[in-house]
Write a protein that binds this ligand. Structure first.
Ligand SMILES: [Zn+2]
Length: 157
């Protein structure tokens, strides 16, 4: 699964060597090599290989995981790679700040914890009929915060 590289830094009308591209978006050269092997277009026959910005953007866009937008009441499951409604329509809300918090539930398909960050202001429109239990701030904030981080970083490579 692709890490989120900063592809917006790649200009559409500019060509890059692998080294330049690597430095620009923070991807290892080997990673770019794998993309080329996987079909990223390069300028042909010339050395060094150049990658056109527009080709690169198109390639990365095509690779983006199908992150369907979660509907209200759905959280994105990294295991299933799909939005899922938590099992039993139950979710916990844990505040992280006064205004923001993290909804968590259990994916009914794979049993993983699934999360969705939200704000109190958006909670009503986001809960989609879920039975949301509010945790108090004292309850193990760290757990949910680190779980969110893990959810974000586990997918690297
Ligand atoms: Zn799942």
């Amino acid at each position: 699964m692709a890490r989120r590289f900063d592809c917006r830094r790649v200009k559409l009308h500019h060509s890059y060597t692998i080294s330049e591209l690597s430095a620009l978006i923070g991807a290892h050269k080997h990673t770019i090599g794998r993309w080329i092997a996987a079909g990223l277009k390069t300028t042909d026959a010339k050395r060094p290989l150049l990658i056109h910005g527009a080709d690169f953007r198109a390639f990365m866009k095509a690779r983006e995981p199908m992150k369907q937008r979660c509907q209200p009441g759905e959280f994105y499951c990294l295991g299933c790679r799909a939005p899922k409604r938590p099992a039993l329509d139950m979710a916990d809300y844990r505040p992280r700040t006064a205004l923001r918090g993290l909804l968590s539930g259990i994916c009914p398909a794979c049993g993983r914890m699934i999360y969705r960050a939200t704000t109190l202001a958006k909670l009503d429109q986001m809960r989609g009929g879920l039975d949301v239990a509010f945790q108090t701030a004292e309850q193990r904030l760290d757990d949910s915060a680190s779980a969110l981080l893990n959810a974000d970083f586990n997918e690297v490579r």
